[in-house]
Design a protein around this ligand. Structure first.
Ligand code: MN
Length: 338
């Protein structure tokens, strides 16, 4: 079979390798149908991921069809359309034991620490398999993964209908968070520097949008909330964003960080202590695929319409070159393995 190997940063090669085989009784062999290219894949490709190792087969937004199953598999059968969970956890460490395998101390993420979906076949345990909803094309269904990241952030924030949630950044991540947060019934505020993204946020149902470049963000928030948002989610992730959110968030509020930013953020402990702020990280997702799929099935969220370009898997290297070209029409790319 073919696989796209990132030998080292910026060096991609399409190589021929043996097809993986079912090894354990709980293994499932998946014929991959589509895989998304995520911002984090582009970081791995560029050599700017703080977690990836090389050589690596990237790809963690993976959909396909079950090709073969081990003897003890009950969750799926050959022919089933699935999305593959990207998390492989040890099951033994503290976070695993308290039900948080997404931050396992020995965490392996497909496409990051171990090989992912930019190949024709993948073998994984049945627990990683989630049945896709009927009628959702494979190239669109890859977006269930980014949506699961947004569900995780909202879960970490413990949003209730009484909250006022401030989402900093209305790009792809911010928009997914908006969609997930809308399900909670909370009041939503989004800020960005691009009017186009704010218009999209407004169209999704955000109550108030603020252009933080043109408007006075603290003053606007104060005018709208008096005491500040009760939850702030950082979907922008720059060094000044965390100190900004410790300023803006209401006393007793929660702040959610999501970036893999290695640069330090100058935060005043005083703000955290005096306001009893909860600053919580949100990484990947903890069993959120089924929730996303259920919300989609119930018509509560949309998944389609976010992929701007589909490239055949054979042209995956070209897809990465197009991203590097800075072509403004390129939004989300899905690779199709037909
Ligand atoms: Mn992703």
């Amino acid at each position: 079979m073919k696989q796209l190997l990132t030998e080292k940063p910026k060096v991609l090669r399409m190589v021929d390798v043996d097809q993986p085989k079912i090894e354990g009784p709980k293994d499932v062999l998946v014929k991959i149908k589509a895989a998304g290219i995520c911002g984090s894949d582009v970081h791995i490709y560029h050599g700017t991921s703080p977690v990836a190792t090389y050589p690596r087969v990237m790809g963690h937004e993976i959909t396909g069809v079950v090709a073969e199953i081990g003897k003890a598999v009950t969750r799926v059968k050959p022919g089933d359309p699935v999305i593959v969970d990207q998390i492989v956890a040890c099951g033994e460490c503290y976070p695993c034991k308290i039900g948080r395998p997404n931050i396992c101390c020995a965490l392996k993420v497909r496409g990051v620490h171990i090989d992912g979906g930019y190949r024709e076949y993948l073998c994984a345990g049945e627990n990683a398999m989630h049945l896709l909803p009927e009628g959702l094309p494979f190239t669109e269904a890859v977006m269930i993964e980014p949506m699961s990241i947004a569900f995780q952030a909202c879960s970490r924030a413990e949003i209730t209908a009484g909250d006022t949630v401030f989402i900093l950044g209305a790009g792809a991540l911010g928009k997914s968070i908006i969609k997930a947060a809308l399900l909670t019934g909370a009041t939503l505020i989004a800020a960005d520097v691009a009017d186009r993204r704010l218009e999209e946020a407004k169209a999704l149902g955000v109550n108030l949008v603020i252009n933080s470049q043109k408007e006075d963000l603290p003053a606007k928030l104060k005018e709208y909330t008096t005491w500040g948002p009760t939850v702030s989610i950082d979907a922008a992730g720059f060094p000044a964003s965390l100190p900004l959110l410790t300023d803006l968030t209401c006393n007793a509020g929660r702040i959610i960080t999501m970036a893999f930013l290695e640069e330090p953020s100058p935060v005043q402990q005083f703000k955290i202590t005096a306001k009893e702020l909860d600053i919580r990280g949100s990484r990947l997702q903890n069993n959120r695929f089924e929730e996303v799929i259920a919300a989609y099935r119930a018509g509560k969220i949309t998944i389609e319409g976010q992929v701007s370009h589909v490239f055949p898997f054979s042209k995956a290297i070209e897809a990465f070159e197009r991203i590097d070209s800075g072509d403004p029409s390129i939004g989300k790319i899905a690779l199709s393995y037909e």
